[in-house]
Design a protein around this ligand. Sequence first.
Ligand code: R5P
Length: 291
Amino acid sequence: MASYSVIGGTSSEDLAKKIASKLKSKFIKCELRVFPDGESKITLKGTPKGKVIVVQSIYPPVDSNLVRALALVSQARKHSSQVFVVIPYMGYARQDRAFLPGEVITMSLVAKMFKAAGASKIIVVDIHSMIALDHLQIPAKNVSAIGELVKYFKKLKLKDPLVVSPDKGGIERARNFAKLLGVDFIALDKHRDRKTGEVTIRSTDHHEVRGRDVILVDDMISTGGSIVKAAQFLKKQKCGKIYASCTHALLIADAEKKIKKAGVTRIVSTNTIPCKTNIVDISPVIVKALD
Ligand code: R5P
């Protein structure tokens, strides 16, 4: 395996340490100072050598974490011609196309900025869409956390489990999850009003969920609106226990409370975003992708 220096961005320090340890590589910590006007000042607490890996997730504060990622890439480039950027959660990936006239495709700008900063390759985890990945103008790889999440669910004693995607767009994710777990899957028919953001489930009866434990599988949980509506629907169908599994748990504001109130027994997420629910470690998958 090649020798690397791993720079732990401030949003992903623990994950970066795990990656460095698995690669038996030097770990470089960053010090962050935020000025009263909101500007970030980052200091590397070591000198990168060899190929450099920058690990920085782009979760809230999204714009600040994005600028910090770009600053780290640009600094790393001064020490190495090969800068691999691991962005465990790629913010702005949901802005991959114009849904309404005049909307700016910000993902395209983000892609240009990483290229300009000097990134040689980008690795992301369960990016929201392949369209978002295609905006990146340098070699990019999307790796999946599904295998690691499934390993966790295999250890639980679930009653006749059924994998459920809250929306038709997540059908492939649900299919893969269910296949690895060796169970069936279904996809609900979710609708989101593009102007108000309001979520509704348009599905009619799903008698197959009756009495079965369900695993709601999504790429991310943000406000929790999708999981709450899906859980309420599944409860009406008289399902058993409900688990919510996602790669990225943003859990904005009181999302976790709302989800629990809707009847979800447990939220299981990965450490692409540090939070209370990040039970599953994604570092083995990232390390494999660096091979
Ligand atoms: C949407 O297509 C995504 O896969 C997620 O379902 C969505 O972004 C989750 O957002 P929220 O938790 O706010 O409903």
